[in-house]
Design a protein around this ligand. Structure first.
Ligand code: PEP
Ligand code: MG
Length: 327
C-alpha cells in the first residue's frame, strides 16, 4: 500500500470524474514538516501553533515563535499554510500557565481566542512573530473557537495595530494577509453569512463542532462513539456550511479528524467540500479513494438522501457499498 500511495503522489489531485480537490495536511511542530513532501499534501491546512507552547516549559519567546514560523514557511515554499492562533485552554493545558484554574467544563471554558483576547499580549507577540516571519509573502491566520463577530473584529484590530507598528519600523511585511475563522462553535452557524463577509476563509473544526452539536465530550469514548458524524443530521449541517461558502465565494475547508477517514472524506466531497485537511498519514488512503471516485454520481445519491424525509438512513453503509462497487 505504501508503494501505491507513493505512486499516487504524482497523480493529479482530482476525482475520477475530474473534479479538482485540495488534500491538505495538519501539522504543529517542525518535526512534521518533512511529511509535506512525503505525503504529497497540497499545503498545510491547519498549523496548530499551540503545540510549540505545549512542549515548552515556559512561554516560547517571540524569537523562538518567529523561528518556527520561518521554518514552516520555508518548508512549504509556494504551497499555502494556515497558521491557527494558539488554541490553549480546555484539554490543552500548559503546565506553566495557570489559566482559569479549575473549570467545571473546560471544553466550554476559557480557551482559544477567548483566552488570547483577554490576554492580548499573547496574541500580539504571536501575530508580530507571524508578520515578521512572512515578510514578502502571503500570511494566512486563523482564529479558533470563534463565537461572535466581535471576536473576529477585536483580533483584526490587534493584527492591524501590529501591521502599523511594524511598518513604522520599516519591517518587511507580508504582501498579503488573509484572516480566517474556524467554525466549531454552533453559535456561528446562525451568523455564517456575516462571518463569511468578515473573513477571507473559514475552516470547519469538525472535532469540536461535533462535540458541541451532540453534547458529547470528544475525549470520553463512552459517549463520543455513541453518535456518528456520518449521519443525515450532521451531514445536512456540514452541507449547509459548504453551500454558504459557495454562495458567498468564501473558501471553505474542513480540518477535523473525519477528513482523514476515506469513507468520511467521500461524504465530505459529495456534500460540496473541495479542500480538506488531515493528518499526513491519511493523505495516501484518502487520495487512493478519491482517484476512483465518480463524484457526480455520489453527489446525486447524497443529495437525494439528505433532502429526503428519513434522518435515520444508514449513510455509512451506503457509502461503504458505493465504495466497494467502485473499487
Ligand atoms: C477541530 O476541532 O476539529 C480541530 C481541527 O481543532 P482541534 O482538534 O485542534 O481542536
Ligand atoms: Mg477545535
Amino acid at each position: 500500500k505504501q508503494k501505491l500511495y507513493r505512486e499516487l503522489r504524482n497523480k493529479p489531485s482530482e476525482t475520477k470524474d475530474g473534479v479538482p480537490i485540495d488534500l491538505l495536511m495538519n501539522a504543529g511542530l517542525a518535526v512534521d514538516l518533512p511529511q509535506l513532501a512525503q505525503s504529497g499534501a497540497a499545503g498545510i491546512g491547519l498549523f496548530r501553533t499551540e503545540l510549540q507552547f505545549m512542549v515548552a516549559s515556559t512561554f516560547p519567546r517571540a524569537e523562538a515563535q518567529e523561528r518556527l514560523y520561518r521554518d514552516v514557511l520555508e518548508a512549504v515554499g509556494d504551497k499555502p499554510v494556515t497558521f491557527r492562533t494558539i488554541d490553549i485552554g480546555g484539554d490543552k493545558v500548559l503546565p506553566y500557565f495557570k489559566g482559569a484554574g479549575h473549570e467545571e467544563n473546560p471544553a466550554l471554558g476559557w480557551r482559544a481566542v477567548r483566552l488570547t483576547l483577554d490576554r492580548p499580549g499573547l496574541l500580539r507577540t504571536q501575530i508580530r512573530a507571524l508578520l515578521k516571519a512572512a515578510g514578502g509573502r502571503e500570511l494566512r491566520v486563523m482564529l479558533p473557537m470563534v463565537t461572535t463577530l466581535s471576536e473576529i473584529r477585536q483580533a483584526r484590530e490587534i493584527i492591524d495595530k501590529e501591521v502599523r507598528h511594524l511598518s513604522r519600523f520599516a519591517h518587511h511585511l507580508p504582501n498579503r494577509l488573509k484572516l480566517g475563522a474556524m467554525v466549531e462553535v454552533p453559535a456561528l452557524l446562525w451568523q455564517l453569512e456575516e462571518v463569511m463577509n468578515t473573513v477571507d476563509f473559514i475552516s470547519v473544526g469538525s472535532n469540536d463542532l461535533f462535540q458541541f452539536i451532540t453534547a458529547t465530550d470528544r475525549g470520553n469514548s463512552q459517549v463520543a462513539d455513541r453518535y456518528d458524524p456520518i449521519s443525515v443530521p450532521f451531514l445536512r449541517l456540514l452541507r449547509q456550511i459548504a453551500d454558504a461558502g459557495r454562495d458567498s465565494g468564501t473558501p471553505v475547508t474542513l480540518c477535523g479528524e473525519m477528513a482523514g477517514r476515506p469513507i468520511s472524506a467521500m461524504a465530505l466531497l459529495a456534500i460540496g467540500f473541495r479542500a480538506i485537511s488531515m493528518s499526513p498519514a491519511a493523505i495516501g488512503p484518502v487520495k487512493a479513494m478519491m482517484v476512483e471516485l465518480p463524484l457526480g454520481k455520489l453527489t446525486e445519491i447524497m443529495d437525494e438522501l439528505l433532502n429526503g424525509q428519513s434522518c435515520e438512513r444508514d449513510v455509512r453503509a451506503l457509502l461503504k457499498a458505493f465504495a466497494e462497487e467502485h473499487n
